[in-house]
Design a protein around this ligand. Structure first.
Ligand code: 1PR
Length: 546
């Protein structure tokens, strides 16, 4: 009956839970929001996605009079699913907000990952789940990877809370990935961003019997073994599909792809190359197993206000069909002066429209140059700092568009140079990579290595490292560039530009510190499949999500 297909959602308004809503709807449920404490008493299935910080969440719940009713709901044993911070809040407290009490349902406290061994924090990406016992939530899901984004966790189960622990994961040691007792469950990862596996876990919560039966049926129907042979464990190297989107000469938004940033056909007509519709293509990549999908608005709608552009609609619609992390970037400065209200509003809207990460290109170059002029001081004025402060650093990606510059004498330039295996046109042995703005149209006097260091200091969580020389050429990534930048920072670096075959992916993961590799043209033109790339990575003993 319809009541069974209703989920009560506790969204306390501290951040964007659009993807959780979309995932619940995708599974055929309607959502009822908790508006007042009594809505908890009358709920019969509750989902609690935690966003923001531990202390802030407890403060809002207390202010809204929800703490008591929430504890009562959990104690009643009715179905409950906490997500991410929604798991952590079940504990007695967290190091994140010292002294602040949690809901105290589970004994023990939540602590920060130990960064002393150089462990990058937050823990972001696709990692395993190792169940410690059977459950409708995770049975049949095995060690398939799910998506995590968090800086705090409940470390190794203690005797006091071991009966709650349903699954653990390794990241600089063991931590609690899922808990369960009766109908009360919570997960540290994001099922709404964990692809088909995540939706299946959510189904295991919403309708356990059906989900278990469906998994069993799928297992029996499969002619091959139900789960692919497990590959190397741990954080997977990500494979990202990127869609460069712009309006064509007829004014429609299309996915395009250039050669070295020229997106026009080479014939006399010089039309913008049209490789498909943004939302449909993003949905295709989700189904094919992309670990993430990125949209870059390369029109640079710099003169119009973001609200008037169809790009936000693209994001909204994509987030109804794509259940892996979405990045959106390009043209963030519209609607006002740099750093002004218009810019903040449009970037805020990007995040609210379903993007998990906002990518910043040209403005990051300005920000980095200003940072060095100030003598390496962050003053809070940039979009990088502001978005990072509001949404967390994992939500800020800086997209770099560098071009190789050869030099004979490294001492002659102030930039970090490398000795290159591919000598320049005049036999130069050294090179650096000059950052550009406006889609490569304007070069700036700052190198990619220096830019990466500056934006990390300003609070960027990730770097999308393009390379104009290699872009769209299909001859492989610029390994020297990826190596130089990934050595210079501790945040994850996404290698981009030049992928032509699966071997290019294993090459960049074997010879550089890249955490992810991104491609566009080969996927759009169906020359190489995403699954093909992943299988190749596994063969090469590189952890990948299949
Ligand atoms: O400067 O904040 O407005 O952001 C603009 C964004 O648009 C930047 O991220 C910039 O990289 C991107 N961009 C601007 N102009 C172009 C262009 O092509 N004319 N596209 C452009 C860059 C980079 C990748 C690409 C991969 C892989 N595209 O995302 O898809 O390099 O391609 P490949 O696998 O086919 O080689 P702002």
């Amino acid at each position: 009956n319809s009541a069974n297909r209703e989920v009560t959602l506790l969204d306390y308004g501290a951040g964007n839970v659009r993807s959780v809503r979309n995932a619940i709807k995708k599974l055929g449920y309607t959502i009822r929001d908790v508006e007042k404490p009594s809505d908890l008493a009358s709920a019969d299935k509750l989902v609690f996605p935690g966003v923001g910080s531990f202390g802030q969440a407890m403060k809002i719940l207390t202010k809204k009079g929800l703490v008591g009713p929430l504890k009562d709901y959990i104690a009643s044993g009715r179905p409950f699913l906490g997500i991410c911070l929604g798991l952590q809040l079940l504990f007695e407290g967290s190091e994140e907000s010292g002294g602040c009490e949690g809901l105290g349902v589970i004994p023990g406290a939540v602590t920060q990952f130990d960064t002393r061994l150089g462990l990058p924090v937050p823990h972001i990406g696709w990692n395993n789940i190792a169940p410690t016992r059977g459950s409708a939530l995770l049975d049949g899901v095995g060690d398939r990877r799910v998506y995590y984004v968090h800086s705090y966790r409940s470390a190794t189960p203690s005797p006091a809370n071991s009966e709650w622990v349903l699954a653990t994961t390794q990241y600089g040691g063991e931590f609690v990935a899922a808990v369960n007792r009766g109908s009360v469950s919570a997960v540290q990862f994001h099922p709404e961003k964990s692809g088909a596996t995540g939706l299946d876990i959510l189904a295991g919560f919403l309708h356990p019997k059906e989900a278990v039966a469906a998994r069993q049926a799928a297992k029996e129907a499969a002619s091959s073994p139900a789960s692919p042979p497990s590959g190397p464990s741990g954080l997977a190297r990500r494979v990202i599909a990127c869609l460069d989107v712009r309006s064509n000469d007829q004014g429609d938004l299309v996915v395009t792809k250039g050669d070295q940033y020229d997106v026009r056909e080479k014939d006399g007509g010089r039309d913008v190359r049209n490789l498909g519709k943004p939302v449909d293509l993003a949905a295709r990549y989700f189904e094919e197993g992309a670990d993430e999908v990125a949209f870059l608005n390369i029109t640079g709608f710099r003169d119009c206000v973001m609200e008037d552009t169809p790009m936000l609609e693209v994001l909204r619609r994509a987030s109804e069909r794509v259940f892996v992390p979405l990045t959106a970037g390009g043209g963030g400065r519209e609607g006002g002066e740099k750093g002004g209200r218009g810019e903040r509003r449009s970037r805020h809207q990007t995040a609210e429209s379903g993007a998990d990460k906002v990518s910043i290109g040209s403005d990051a170059v300005d920000a980095a140059q200003a940072y060095y002029v100030r003598g390496g001081v962050a003053d809070g004025s940039t979009a990088i700092e502001q978005i990072s402060a509001v949404y967390g650093k994992q939500a800020v990606v800086v997209s770099i568009d560098p071009r190789r510059v050869y030099v004979t004498d490294p001492a002659a330039v102030p930039h970090t140079t490398v000795r290159t295996a591919k000598a320049g046109p005049h036999g130069e042995q050294y090179c650096w990579w000059q950052c550009t703005v406006k889609g490569g149209r304007e070069g700036r006097d700052i190198g990619a290595v220096e830019l990466a260091k500056a934006v990390e200091a300003l609070g960027a969580g990730e770097i999308l490292l393009n390379c104009i020389d290699n872009d769209g050429v299909g001859k492989g990534f610029d390994l020297e560039l990826v190596d130089a930048v990934s050595r210079a920072v501790t945040i994850p670096v996404i290698a981009s530009s030049g992928a032509g075959c699966p071997q290019h992916f294993s090459e960049v993961f074997h010879s550089t510190g890249a955490a992810a590799a991104l491609a566009a043209g080969i996927f759009h033109r169906r020359e190489v499949g995403i699954a093909e790339v992943k299988l190749h990575l596994r063969e090469q003993n590189i952890p990948a999500r299949l």
